[in-house]
Ligand binder design. Sequence first.
Ligand code: SF4
Length: 313
Amino acid sequence: MSFKVYLANTRGMCAGVERAIKTVNVALEKYGSNRVYVLHEVVHNFHVVNELRQKGAHFVESLSEVPSGSVLIFSAHGVGLDTVRKAQDLGFAVIDATCPLVARIHKKMNKAGAAGTDAVVIGHQGHQEVVGTIGQYTGDPDKVHVILTAKDVQKLELKGTRAVFATQTTLSVDETAETVRALKERFPFIEGPLRDDTCFATQHRQSAIKALAAVCDLILVAGSANSSNSNRLREVAEKAGCKAYLVEDSSKIDPNWLKDAKAVGLSAGASVPEYVVDEILSHLKGHGMTAVEGIGESATVKSFALPAGLQQD
Ligand code: SF4
C-alpha cells in the first residue's frame, strides 16, 4: 500500500465558524462555565462541541433546559424570531453567534414577511439553518415554502403574485443553480440574489474539491455526519467521478479504502478544526502515505467581528 496525498489548500474552518467558536470561548471566560448555555450545537462538528463541553459550555436543544439567569448563545446556524422573543421573555442574556452571512438572509425574510410576499427557501427541510431562516418570516406561514431540487419547483404553489427566494448557505453550488434556474423559469417575477446565497466558504471549498477529484482516485472529507457543507463536499467529489468518504477523524478510515489507491485527496468541511486534518495526515503517514502536496490556491482568510457585548480591544 503506497499512495501520495493531495491536500486541498482551501479547506476547513470558515470565518463564521471561527467566530461562533470564539464567541463561546470568550463567553466562558467572561461569565464562567456554570452560566453559559448554547442552543443546539454551536457548529456541526463533534470535536468542536466536545472540546467546548469540556471547557464547561452546556449544549441544549430547547429553551426549557436553560436555567434562569443564564447566558444563552444562539448557534452559527441562526434561530427563528419566536426563539429570540422567548429567550428575551425568559430573561436570558442572549448572545447571537449567527453567522453574519446567515443573518443577512434573515433580514430578507423579515422584509418578505412584513410585505406579505411569498418566500421560497431552497434548502434541506429540518436543517437548523433552514428552521431559523423560515422562522424569520413573520407573515402568513402558508406563504413560506421550502424546496430543494428543480423537480420540487414544478410542485410549488405560490399564494400571491410577488415572491422572493433565498437559499441555505451550504448547498451544492451546481445543484442550487439548477433549482434557481427552474424557479426563475416558472416564476419569472421572483426576486432574489443574482445567483444564490451559498457563501464564499461553501463555493471555495467545493471548487477546491473538484480540483482534488481531477487528480485523485479516492477523497477523504473530514467532517461530521450532520454537517451540511461537509456532506456536500463528499457529494461534489463523487459527482466529479471520484470515490469519496466523509470521516469524523482517522478512526473512521477503513484500511480497505486505501488498498489500491495511488492518489488520496484530503479536505475538511467548514466546521472542522485543522488538528483533525493533522491527525488524519499522521494516520495516513503510518498507512502508506509517501508524500503530501497542496492543491489549488488558499482562499483569502476573512474574519468577522464578535457579537455585540463580546467584542475585544
Ligand atoms: S459555512 Fe458560510 S454561512 Fe456557514 S458559518 Fe461558514 S461562512 Fe457562515
